[in-house]
Design a protein around this ligand. Structure first.
Ligand code: MN
Ligand code: MN
Length: 333
């Protein structure tokens, strides 16, 4: 009988195989896992403990905050602040980088996170998640803004935890993508989905069709061709999916392929897209590429973008390799 592999055992094994993975890093990941277990518990309890609904506040991006946006941010910040592994943090819910208060020691990593992705889904009991991205920085410094504005290729780790019918963690440290299911009875993430690969071809696309009139020509062409099905140039029928929760969309694509698009649109020319580069697009791009998929704005590889601000938005097209490559080709033509 093979015993289940816990997240901690898995990371210890990675440490042994890849000398670049340090013990501190494993401890940092444990802190993130602990925070996500707490969040999983709260999300699961829902209205029994009064955590659903709106808070009376907006975040820095002018979005109405859910109570759980604030609570989950506090859980992440508090779980990560004291450990000594981080030099600083960035969250979707706050304006500026979070410093590690002295006298706490500072480590050599930066954490960037979206504490509750898809939070507009929480009141209708649909899947939400937490997304995180880890960068390395010089040890012991008090990181300035510029330390966080690193291209996605420099991430040392990215992951997300999905609070769905099961709570799952999807993780990459640059050696493929592995999935862990939270065993609620023992409180451990157990390796259940080793070395996830995204099928290169797909017949599923996900996009918010109500924005169609704002799209640019390459996206219109791609979606028109999908919708035309066997009558069109693609010669096959497609299905459309749209959950409006990035974590849920990416998880589905990891499991069975597909393409997700939140493209550039002309509605508000000041916003390049909808999703945030540092704590949504970059970690998802790292995961998707490590699983054999592709991730682009349509014109540039997401992981090579040089960030200009903490809450910068980008167009995001990700998923099955051949379909993403097709969309990129349509942008070039
Ligand atoms: Mn989000
Ligand atoms: Mn969020």
């Amino acid at each position: 009988m093979t015993l289940p592999v816990t997240l901690t055992q898995f990371m210890s094994e990675q440490q042994r195989l890849f000398p670049g993975v340090s013990g501190n890093f494993t401890l940092l990941l444990n802190d993130i896992a602990t925070a996500c277990k707490k969040i999983s518990h709260l999300v699961n309890r829902g209205d029994l403990i009064g955590v659903l609904g709106n808070a009376d506040s907006e975040n820095v991006q002018g979005e109405v905050q859910k109570k759980l946006d604030i609570i989950t941010h506090d859980i992440m910040e508090n779980s990560l602040r004291w450990s000594g592994h981080l030099a600083g943090m960035v969250s979707e819910e706050v304006d500026a980088p979070i410093q590690i208060p002295s006298p706490h020691s500072r480590g050599k990593y930066l954490a960037l996170f979206d504490p509750l992705d898809g939070s507009s889904n929480i009141d209708v009991n649909l899947t939400v998640g937490s997304i995180f991205s880890i960068l390395r920085c010089q040890e012991g410094i008090e990181p300035e803004l510029v330390e966080f504005l690193r291209p996605g290729v420099e991430q040392v780790c990215a992951g997300f935890v999905l609070y769905g019918p099961s709570t799952m963690m999807i993780l990459t440290t640059g050696q493929g993508v592995n999935g862990f299911t939270l065993d609620q009875d023992i409180g451990e993430f157990i390796l259940t989905h080793p070395q996830i690969r995204i099928p290169v071809d797909t017949q599923e696309f996900a996009i918010n069709m109500s924005n169609q009139r704002f799209w640019q020509a390459p996206i219109k062409r791609y979606v028109d061709e999908c919708v035309a099905g066997t009558d069109g140039v693609r010669g096959k029928d497609f299905n459309m999916r749209w959950i409006a929760s990035l974590v849920a969309e990416v998880y589905r694509i990891l499991m069975r392929g597909g393409i997700f698009m939140y493209p550039y649109d002309l509605r508000d020319p000041s916003k390049a897209g909808r999703l945030r580069l540092l704590y949504e697009a970059n970690p998802m791009a790292f995961i998707v590429e490590q699983a054999g998929g592709a991730c682009s704005t349509g014109r540039q590889r997401i992981l090579e973008l040089i960030p200009t601000s903490l809450h910068q938005r980008v167009p995001l097209i990700l998923g099955s390799k051949h379909e993403v490559e097709r969309v990129i080709r349509y942008h070039q033509e």
